[in-house]
Design a protein around this ligand. Structure first.
Ligand code: ADP
Length: 181
């Protein structure tokens, strides 16, 4: 099963992708997490993206797409995967379409959480890019660049919406139900 989790920053996609991935036996692929690993490891890629991430901007599409393409080619992703945080822009949607070809996405899960709850969650998790200013910038960019993609996947008939407010276990049940598992 090829799944995509989409929603505003702090909506709980990462937490749920890890849990649902384990349940379904497919890897959780988070571009944000991959970038954080590169930054922590001080790789060339990490050095290129560090400042962008600290400001809450999007990493350029060519860098992001190349990294994701390599990850999808790994054998553990052959039976399926959960994408978390990719695609975030139209060019990334087109790149993903090309990468998956006939073997497209089965479902796109939209996490709905209202803004106040999101800010509270993010301020309490203590990640390096979770300062108030960065959070505000990430929201703005999400609304401008990523929210329109939700409509695109809706038009394709792939979209299911999950209420992201509630306990972790409760939300996992909702997601599993939404993807038909
Ligand atoms: P969140 O969902 O809280 O925004 P992520 O871990 O998904 O956190 O992403 C953290 C940061 O990594 C983003 O703010 C951005 O700088 C970078 N990033 C992650 N995925 C992408 C992507 N698909 N395109 C561009 N930048 C990305």
């Amino acid at each position: 099963m090829n799944l995509l989790f989409i929603g505003p920053p702090g909506a709980g996609k990462g937490t749920q992708a890890a849990r649902v991935g384990e349940r379904l036996g497919i890897p959780h692929i988070s571009t944000g997490e991959m970038f954080r690993h590169h930054v922590a490891g001080g790789t060339d890629l990490g050095q290129r993206v560090k400042a962008i991430m600290q400001k809450g901007g999007y990493v350029p599409d060519d860098i992001t797409v190349a990294m994701l393409a390599e990850r999808l080619a790994e054998p553990d992703a052959a039976p399926g995967f959960i994408l978390d945080g990719f695609p975030r822009t139209r060019p990334q949607v087109e790149a993903l379409d090309r990468l998956l070809a006939a073997d497209g996405l089965d479902r796109v899960v939209l996490f709905e959480v209202e803004e106040d709850a999101l800010v509270n969650r993010m301020m309490s998790r203590g990640r390096a890019d979770d300062t108030e200013e960065t959070i505000r910038n990430r929201f703005k960019i999400y609304l401008e660049q990523t929210a329109p993609l939700v409509e695109e996947y809706g038009d394709r008939g792939l979209l299911v919406t999950v209420d992201g407010i509630g306990g972790v276990l409760e939300v996992t049940d909702r997601v599993l139900k939404a993807v038909g598992s």
